[in-house]
Ligand binder design. Structure first.
Ligand SMILES: [Zn+2]
Ligand SMILES: [Zn+2]
Length: 166
């Protein structure tokens, strides 16, 4: 059974480690790509990593404003664009919100498990699903360039609390 590498978002864990690891991975990736992780870009990434729940651009702005920075919206959008372009964050279309990438630079296609109760999003980096779809599409003469999968349901924490019965 593929029980290894269960996404951190779906189990109890030390989230401070998630944040530290994500920022360290971002620094390293930017260094190898010759990209600049400016203080604003870094802080926006850190904000996205506050939890495993995606944030909209305006939520990010609000947090920065509460810190007394209040940047102009384009500044935040540019920071988010940078994070997206370098694979450090992803945009989840159905939520119009952003999450930090759990494996920056290691994958191209996004597979997200979205909890409809608490809003937690877990990212899967299993390429088997995309490979299978690619094979089927290829059989129809279609060349897939990217696949984005959004699965909605209940995370283990929410499924265990019987929210369905409420
Ligand atoms: Zn975490
Ligand atoms: Zn949940």
């Amino acid at each position: 059974m593929p029980t290894a590498r269960k996404p951190a978002a779906l189990r109890a864990h030390d989230h401070e480690r998630c944040i530290e690891d994500a920022l360290a991975a971002a620094s390293e990736l930017c260094r190898t790509q010759g990209a600049r992780l400016t203080p604003m870009r870094r802080r926006v990434l850190e904000i996205l990593w506050q939890s495993h729940k995606p944030l909209g651009a305006y939520a990010v702005l609000d947090i920065l404003a509460a810190e007394g920075r209040r940047p102009m919206p384009p500044t935040v959008y540019r920071a988010l664009d940078f994070l997206l372009a370098h694979g450090l964050a992803h945009r989840i279309p159905s939520l119009n919100a952003f999450i930090g990438c759990s494996a920056p630079g290691a994958h191209r296609d996004g597979q997200y498990l979205i909890c409809r109760n608490c809003g937690t999003v877990a990212e899967l980096t299993d390429t088997g699903l995309a490979t299978e779809l690619g094979r089927t599409a290829h059989g129809h003469g279609f060349a897939i360039e990217s696949v984005l999968t959004e699965a909605v349901g209940l995370c283990p924490a929410c499924a265990g609390t019987g929210v369905d019965a409420a």
